[in-house]
Design a protein around this ligand. Sequence first.
Ligand code: ADP
Length: 357
Amino acid sequence: HGSVVIEDLRKEFDDVTAVDGLSLEIEAEEFLTLLGPSGCGKSTTLRLISGLETATSGTIKINGEDVTDIPANKRNTSMVFQEWALFPHMTVQENIAFGLEMRDVPKAEREERIEHALELIELPGYQDRKVSQLSGGQKQRIAMARSIVLEPDVLLFDEPLSSLDRSLRQTMQIELKNMQEELGITFIYVTHDQEEALTMSNRVAVMNDGHLEQVGETYELYEHPQSEFVANFVGETNFFTGVVSEIDVKTLVIDAEEGDIRVESEKTDQLSVGDSVHLTVRPEDIEIADSLDTPNRWECTIGDVVYKGSFIQYDVDVGDRTFLVEQQMRKTTTPRERGDSVDVGFSVEAGEVILDR
Ligand code: ADP
């Protein structure tokens, strides 16, 4: 239960195209996050799935059934909002019962379902507490319970944790992930925070300007980004741009401003000599050493040094370019200092080739 299939979905508001030809398949019982910068159409997509907005064109199927023109209350989805939208002067019981009363669920069944939901969110016996007397994290869980009791196939979350402080947010991220596994309900979760997306999801769909950039498992997005946008938005990276000058089976040479860069890639069969390409190399895949044994190496000067505890971040100057490099730290590692002259470089396997589209 709980598959969602979106095909060529569009939503226009007057002169704004909020969702611009989005296609995406969400499997039953998965935790999928919609990730992207503010204004890219995440919330609108979620509201279209829930039925709070109607599509300009395209289709949405839930459990194989076309629901595009079906009203929100008949869709078997439920939305958990950021502001919790709880009634502060009412009790936990009254707050959770609200949606059940709207659906004419009889009193005895209501009470049973609420009891069960409170056990699930680990606040058993909280029925008679006033919402105004609960902590931020407890309110968030009550908001969840209010959606869970409706027994939807799909739970929709619109940045529900963004108003919580950092440590509570991290706790709730883990709790939500565990709860999703326990409930076996499809979760679709909207966030602009890539760390949050990577922490919780099975898969992440990266959106940009109303369309889907890439969808995949979290490590796939990080290690194999297929566009400059994804490489930049999911983690930090270094880009090299150039023209393919040699192709030999799985190896290619990129004639870049920084010099010839030799890389191994699965994409050689999609490339010809003369094509423009980008290469992204993550900061932790660039090495710093007194001498390096790779064709891709440069003499450099260490610039800014930022100590982060388990690793150090360096700005490394190579000619008029600056590379971002991360070095894992152990107690016995000696950090480099500003002004040090060393080699930086990366192996032929370290980068990901991005085709120029
Ligand atoms: P996100 O959730 O990624 O921040 P939204 O889906 O909220 O993005 O918005 C996408 C675009 O659609 C934005 O440009 C936003 O201003 C616009 N938009 C969203 N809702 C409405 C609305 N009800 N009326 C007009 N424009 C809207």
